[in-house]
Structure formats: structure tokens, C-alpha cells
Design a protein around this ligand. Structure first.
Ligand SMILES: Cc1cc2nc3c(=O)[nH]c(=O)nc-3n(C[C@H](O)[C@H](O)[C@H](O)COP(=O)(O)OP(=O)(O)OC[C@H]3O[C@@H](n4cnc5c(N)ncnc54)[C@H](O)[C@@H]3O)c2cc1C
Length: 391
């Protein structure tokens, strides 16, 4: 039986391992951590938002959108749902986002591990692959003190987002050494550092609101949801959703600004009228006291530091300095160019027998299960193809 080697035991590596084994190959996964799937356990705040019913190519970014589209079509949502159903996962939906019925990311990892064990996939943990090389009959993976030969090799090392979970960017180095072209990675789905204000006062506030992103004053994007105010700037899902464009705006040499709307349901005139009415009804209250009952206490001094209160409530201005580091990002934009890949199989065009999956590639999705969908899709395509070739 021929061998498929997989570097990285994360979402895409485990999926690839199962599909390669189902196709008949003997599979070995190398994982640098003591356990596989560390990042998977952290997904969706421990609940694992594993995919989304509203799949569309527009939810993803890549420098090679046509290839991205073809790849996603190769193992779409329905295939993913069938795959997880075959492993034993029932799903539940919240606004299109799909989670395991158990509400635990752990169960997603567990069923992947159970199936991998049943298919006799070998998992070598504490195995940091430092390089790969082409051999006469296939590919080899190297650790500091050992070389493992195989017939096909799948690089599933992830990006360098959240390196505490194991993905330290070593996959980029391995790919670059081979000569694969790399779109420079940058943090996406990431909190934003802002300038010009002392944010310590509002740190810890969580408030439902809207964020609008402008590039040189031109509106680029907006999103609503829970805004998290921090001592460096802003975080939360709506911020993540616009963060990629904010970072790109700065990279393009433009000024990225945000307007925070802390009360989207009310327009400025309605807020002005409400405050006037409160002033009349409660003449004994200071302006700060008039706001008690509407906004969290820690937000009040910050709102009152602005020249106009209704403006501060509806369009609180912030200038983005940049993203927090890769360590704080959920995903990376950029990565190995999809132009290097056969979209039907994930095999490298210039390196037969070598496959690439997941976040290592130049594709990133918005929040909502899209990045894991990319991991399942690319893992399934690569695993099937690498495994079938080995039949
Ligand atoms: C906090 C957080 C929450 C998230 N929540 C969601 C969510 O709810 N829904 C969603 O769709 N996406 C979510 N994501 C993104 C999603 O987790 C990733 O896109 C996905 O895990 C990428 O899969 P991957 O297989 O490419 O890489 P990873 O899952 O990162 O796996 C790569 C593996 O390779 C190993 N590795 C790396 N280099 C080497 C090496 N040289 N040798 C051996 N092993 C190596 C790593 O240790 C790691 O285990 C979240 C990310 C974070 C950080």
C-alpha cells in the first residue's frame, strides 16, 4: 500500500487524512503539538461554527477568485453536511451559522479522530516538520532528526494566525523554499488598534451597534453586532468583518477611519428629541445622568468628551492605526497563490504528488463558518486525490 504523508493535524489535515484513507491509502499525519486540532477546539468560542447555510463566493477573498470558486464547488456545503453526518455530527443553525448540536467544538474534533483511528490513520504528535523534499518515488517529510518517505504529501500547516494553537507560519517557509509563489500574508478577522484617543476609559464595554469603515473618507463597508471596546481600540465580530478591508486600506496607503453607531435603531433627530424630553422631565439631572439607563456607565465620559453628543452616539469617530498582531487574528489573508494549484485536486501544478490545503493558501473567508468550510473542502479534495493516486 502506498503512503500519503500529511503535515499538520488541524481541520484540513484531519479531513484530508480521512479522505485519503477512505480512498485506500495508508496515511500518516505529522503534528507538531502534543495533540491534534488545537485551533479547532477554540473555534466559535468553543462551539465550532463549522459552516454556513448561506454559502457564496462573495464571502471569500483571494487574488485568484476563479480558482477559489472552482475549489469551493468541488466539495460544497451539501458534501460537508453529508461528511459530518457520516461521522455522527447533527447540526443546529443560528442565522445561517451551523454548529454541532452538542454545542461543543470538542465533539467535532472527537468524531474526526474516531474516524481517523477507524481508518488506521497514523498520527505522529510532537513531530515538527522542518522541510519537505522530492524523492525518486514521491515526497519526504523531514523533522530535525528523521526523514519520512511517502508517495504523496499534503501540506496542511495552516497560516500564522493565532500561533499559540500551533500554526506558526512554517508552512509558508516550506512552500517558499520549493519556489511556490506566496501572496504576502496579513492578519484578517482581527481586532483593530486605533489612534488619537485614550481608550482605557471604555475598556470592557460590550454594546450592540454598527461600525462603518471609510477609506480616505469613502464608505467601504459596514457591519452590525456586538462591538467590544478595548484599551487599544475595538474588537468583536462586526470589527472582524470589516478588519480585512481596513488593513488593506492602510496597506494601500489610505487613511482608514471608523464611525461607531452606538444606537442604530435611533436616528440623530430622535436622539436629540429624546434628550430634550429627558432634560425637561428631569431638570435635576446632569447631562451625564440623563444618559444613565441608555448606555453602559463606562461609555458615558467617552461620549461626553466629544463636541456633539448625538454625533458621538451615532458616528463616534476613530482612526485605525492597524491590526493587532497575527497572534490575535482568527485567520490570515494571503498565502500560497491558488494559481499554483489544480482546483479539482489541490495538487500543486508544478509539483506532482504535492497537495496544499486550508489556510496556508491564499483564501480567507468572513466570520461565520466560511474558513472551516474552506478547510473541509480543500482537505476532502486533496485527501481524495492523493489517496486515489496511491491506489
Ligand atoms: C480563535 C479562533 C476561532 C475561530 N473560529 C472559527 C469558526 O468558528 N468558524 C470558522 O469557520 N473558522 C474559525 N476560525 C478559523 C479556522 O479555525 C481556521 O481557518 C482553520 O482551523 C484552518 O484550518 P487548517 O487546517 O488550514 O489549519 P489549522 O487548523 O491551524 O491546522 C494546522 C495544524 O498544522 C500544525 N503544524 C503547523 N506547522 C507544522 C509543522 N511544520 N509540522 C507539523 N505540524 C505543523 C499546527 O500545529 C496545526 O495543528 C477560528 C480561528 C481562531 C484562531
Amino acid at each position: 500500500m502506498r503512503q500519503v504523508l500529511i503535515v499538520g493535524g488541524g481541520a484540513s489535515g484531519l479531513t484530508a487524512g480521512i479522505f485519503a484513507a477512505r480512498a485506500g491509502a495508508a496515511v500518516t499525519i505529522f503534528e507538531r503539538n502534543p495533540t491534534v486540532g488545537k485551533k479547532l477546539l477554540a473555534t466559535g468560542n468553543g462551539r465550532c461554527n463549522l459552516t454556513n447555510t448561506q454559502m457564496s463566493n462573495g464571502c471569500y477573498h483571494s487574488e485568484t477568485p476563479k480558482a477559489l470558486q472552482e475549489i469551493l464547488a468541488g466539495f460544497p456545503l451539501q458534501d460537508t453536511l453529508e461528511f459530518f453526518a457520516s461521522l455522527g455530527i447533527c447540526t443546529k443553525e443560528q442565522n445561517g451559522r451551523l454548529y454541532p448540536q452538542s454545542n461543543q467544538a470538542e465533539s467535532v474534533l472527537e468524531v474526526l479522530q474516531m474516524e481517523a483511528a477507524y481508518r488506521k490513520v497514523k498520527i505522529k504528535t510532537n513531530a515538527h516538520i522542518t522541510g519537505i523534499s522530492k524523492t525518486a518515488t514521491g515526497w519526504a517529510a523531514h523533522t530535525a532528526d528523521w526523514t519520512y518517505p511517502g508517495d504523496a504529501l499534503i501540506l496542511a500547516t495552516g497560516s500564522k494566525a493565532s500561533k499559540i494553537s500551533g500554526s506558526d507560519g512554517s508552512g509558508y517557509e516550506i512552500a517558499e523554499k520549493l519556489g511556490l509563489s506566496l501572496i504576502p500574508p496579513f492578519p484578517a478577522l482581527v481586532p483593530l488598534r486605533c489612534m488619537g484617543t485614550d481608550f482605557s476609559g471604555w475598556a470592557g464595554v460590550r454594546i450592540d451597534g454598527k461600525v462603518t469603515l471609510y477609506g480616505n473618507g469613502q464608505k467601504l463597508a459596514e457591519d452590525t453586532g456586538e462591538l467590544q471596546l478595548t484599551n487599544y481600540g475595538v474588537s468583536g465580530i462586526p470589527i472582524f468583518q470589516i478588519s480585512r478591508q481596513a488593513v488593506q486600506t492602510i496597506k494601500d496607503g489610505k487613511k482608514a477611519t471608523l464611525a461607531l453607531d452606538f444606537w442604530p435603531e435611533m436616528d440623530k433627530a430622535a436622539i436629540k428629541a429624546l434628550l430634550e424630553r429627558r432634560r425637561t422631565d428631569c431638570p435635576y439631572k446632569s447631562i451625564k445622568e440623563l444618559l444613565v439607563g441608555i448606555f453602559p456607565k463606562k461609555l458615558l465620559p467617552v461620549l461626553l468628551s466629544q463636541p456633539s453628543l448625538p454625533e458621538a452616539i451615532k458616528e463616534f469617530p476613530l482612526q485605525v492605526e492597524g491590526p493587532l498582531s497575527f497572534d490575535h487574528a482568527q485567520v490570515c489573508a494571503g498565502g500560497v497563490s491558488l494559481a499554483e494549484i489544480h482546483p479539482a485536486t489541490m495538487e500543486a501544478r508544478r509539483f506532482p504528488g504535492l497537495y496544499l490545503t486550508g489556510e496556508l493558501l491564499d483564501a480567507d473567508g468572513i466570520c461565520g463558518g466560511y474558513n472551516l468550510q474552506w478547510a473541509w473542502t480543500t482537505g476532502a479534495l486533496a485527501g481524495t486525490s492523493a489517496g486515489e493516486e496511491c491506489r
